[in-house]
Design a binder for this molecule. Structure first.
Ligand code: PLP
Length: 405
């Protein structure tokens, strides 16, 4: 191709790293198989325990705070245009207070309000060099893998399997600059202990690595001895960024609000990662709506916490029931006790998709094949506790009757 001066020019190019992504068929294939089965069996009453979306609505405190904020936006005196750079002070103070209750002291200027954990988990990669090696658990939430493939970084996988309860630990062979940890874990529901996270923090500080800690499900932890923030671990402020979200905690999957903590003590190559992230966000992100931030603030109020904890208990009843059923049936599983996910082993001879089909056809129950979360998920299956109590109970009865385990 020639430019206007007649000089030979190269053609425009695309980011070819995108061609290295595996097609993401997991949830579309699930939807297609359920659709086909339903049209062949129109009387079948399907119970969905697949997708990890919440089912309970926003709580009363959140709705009323957002209604009030909406009214304010229609008044000259209270109208808000562009908001504060890192999120409104009222919400960052509320998040700071939430951390204080966990015995973690974070400054409000280390907190960044976002439209959810997914965007921040993906966008944070902007502040890291492309030559870093990234360590990602297998299986895990697929966004970590795909975003690094898009950027062209080298990925090493950390194996999760039954023997380590799907919680990989650092070993002598591991050479990584960026480490993803997800606890409580999606899809396995497994939770790292303080001792295990201490090993990770020590590894990261010793090896100049940065941990990207995804605590999107922290509110589901019931065991008071388990950590709900990486900053409960000594030394974490010099090696970890934490991502959290109100999606699952407070039913914000459609409302969109989360927060990311980048401590001032976190430096690499002598530069503050908090300052790089601030620069990145102020350049590429214009904030979360005032109305949504007001709703989020209400989540952290005393009444808001009572309401969201009630909803979490509702989901955890489902998790307990699923766990009890699997125990009765002698099925290996992890999760459930401190997470809204149950990760179970398929019966001998069945792979993840075969179990999916069997559950669908013999119990009319939909779950998620574990193979969709990484190769080590093959032969495993995820059930979600985000459904309705009665339907979950019915699903368990059907699974028992179907005698597939
Ligand atoms: N992190 C994990 C582990 C998740 O499972 C999810 C959503 O399912 C997210 C982050 C994304 O959360 P958000 O809705 O805040 O973007």
């Amino acid at each position: 191709m020639l430019d206007i001066k007649g000089v030979k020019n190269k053609t425009m190019t695309i980011n070819k790293n995108y061609l290295n992504l595996k097609d993401s068929y997991l949830f579309s294939t699930i939807a297609k198989r359920v659709r086909e089965y339903s049209s062949e069996n129109p009387t079948a009453k399907i119970i969905r325990m697949g997708i990890g979306d919440v089912t309970l609505p926003l709580t009363a405190s959140v709705v009323s705070a957002m209604a009030k904020a909406t009214a304010e936006m229609g008044e000259v005196a209270n109208f808000k245009g562009y908001g504060d750079e890192q999120g409104y002070g009222f919400l960052r103070d509320a998040v700071k207070g939430y951390y204080s209750q966990k015995s973690v002291e974070i400054n409000a200027d280390e907190i960044f309000i976002s439209d959810g954990a997914k965007s921040d988990i993906a966008n944070v990669l902007d502040i890291f060099g492309l030559d870093n090696t990234v360590a990602i658990p297998n299986p895990v939430y697929p966004v970590y893998v795909d975003t690094n493939i898009m950027a062209g970084r080298k990925i090493v996988y950390m194996d999760g399997f039954e023997a380590n309860n799907f919680l990989p630990m650092p070993d002598k062979k591991l050479k990584a600059d960026i480490i993803y940890l997800c606890s409580p874990n999606n899809p396995t529901g497994a939770v790292y202990t303080k001792e295990q996270l201490t090993e990770w923090v020590d590894y990261a500080n010793k090896n100049n690595a940065v941990i990207l800690f995804d605590s999107a499900y922290e509110a589901f932890v019931q065991d008071k001895n388990l950590p709900t923030s990486i900053y409960q671990i000594k030394g974490a402020k010099t090696c970890a960024i934490e991502f959290c979200s109100l999606s699952k905690t407070a039913g914000f999957t459609g409302t969109r609000c989360g927060y990311t903590v980048v401590p001032k003590d976190l430096e690499r190559e002598g530069k503050s990662l908090r300052n790089l992230w601030l620069r990145r966000q102020t350049t590429k992100f214009n904030g979360v709506p005032y109305i949504v931030q007001k709703g989020a603030e209400a989540v952290f109020s005393a009444q808001g916490q009572i309401e969201v904890n009630k909803n979490i208990s509702y989901y955890m009843q489902n998790a307990s029931l699923i766990a009890a059923t699997l125990k009765d049936l002698g099925v290996w599983f992890c999760g459930a006790a401190n997470a809204p996910y149950i990760w179970l082993k398929a019966p001998k001879g069945l792979d993840s998709w075969q179990l999916f089909d069997k559950l669908l056809t013999s119990a009319n129950v939909v779950g998620t094949p574990g193979s969709g979360f990484g190769s080590n998920g093959e032969g495993y299956f995820r059930l979600s506790a985000f459904g309705n109590n009665e339907l979950t109970a019915e699903a368990m009865e059907r699974i028992k009757k179907a005698k597939m385990f």
